[in-house]
Design a protein around this ligand. Sequence first.
Ligand code: HAM
Length: 422
Amino acid sequence: MSFKVPRGTQDILPGQTEKWQQVEGVIRDLCQVYRYKEIRTPMFEATELFQRGVGDTTDIVQKEMYTFEDRGGRSLTLRPEGTASAVRAYVEHKMFGQADQPVKLYYTGPMFRYERQQAGRYRQFVQFGVEAIGSANPAIDAEVIALAMDVYGSVGLKDLKLVINSLGDKETRNAHRTALINHFEPSISEFCSDCQNRLAKNPLRILDCKKDHEHPLMATAPALTDYLTDDSAAYFSQVKKYLDALGISYVVDPNLVRGLDYYNHTAFEIMSTASGFGSITTLCGGGRYNGLVEDIGGPDMPGIGFAMSIERLLLALEAEGIELDVQEGLDMYVVTMGEEAKLKAVELVSSFRTKGISADMDYLDRKMKAQMKAADRASAKFVIVLGETELAEGAVNVKVMETGNQEKIAFHDLVNFVLEHK
Ligand code: HAM
């Protein structure tokens, strides 16, 4: 019997994990600079949270959730995204009462969606997301977008396209909804069964259909932009003005609708335009969700955020041929000859590590030559060889691997020597 990772999931092995850590480090640093604080929420929540939060008619809720009943008979769901959980926590912990608004949160962690596996689409993937809750100022929309762009810029990505749209307010949505129903209803039988269901429940979602996207009525569908109320239009032009001020270029796409129900006003996606990138080009998606906090049982507080998967960020790096500068090297490898030397080596390796010097030694009783090869493979900066003579003298030749130079150093000075020269 042989076991494999479940479909749509992956093992991230040493060699790869260093890249993840590097990206996660960039994220942590940037969030600190932008003053977003980390929040960690459970990996599962009451199913109803997502039904209400993400929306009953979305693909996520209808087809993609990992839902199960626990032994107490509660319906729980592995989180398919992070916004609903962050907003639940914001309400539950009454963060709306904090003096400092908006509350700016970020999270990184696995999300789960039962989707068809393909390049860049997984059933478990890691999202980095931010949520700024408590401000309906267009400057925060621009800040959130700038942070997402900054993450990509900081890892060196260049082939990016930022697409923005306004989904307007309630009034906009209602007028547009009526127009969409009138547009699609006469020919709805030509559309898939999902779209037929969407017509009455949420016709906007028809525009996002993966099956019918080439139907001619899609291209001629009434654009939301034509139904924007004066207030919504003014808000959108402010967002654009702030983006201009930040020097962030964007394309306005009136057909950009997001796959989750909670959005209004600003919606955006960041795509990779790298030629080697697969068919799924969206790296990041987000938008404003005024009304969601109330839907989840809190006060009327506006919010905006985004999420991006780390997997897709790494794929984009690969497509652009960017190698992250991953520090893998070892400071010190201690080669040993004989049992006595091994005992001393254990002690020395420990004293290096205590001072933050990375150190390793042989645990396979290999010959000296094989140990030297191991030191080479580990790209050790320094190597010492401990044998009877060294033990007797209490000193050892430290070999600087880059230059081949050697210097004799007493055991008790080794740590300082390495600290000074590494
Ligand atoms: P979303 O568009 O569903 O939005 O997902 C955001 C990002 O998560 C996508 O752009 C993509 O990078 C990644 N992603 C989604 N599904 C998969 C998958 N199956 N495999 C790999 N990556 C995936 C949200 O989740 C919203 N919560 C974003 C948000 C936060 N809006 C406001 N605040």
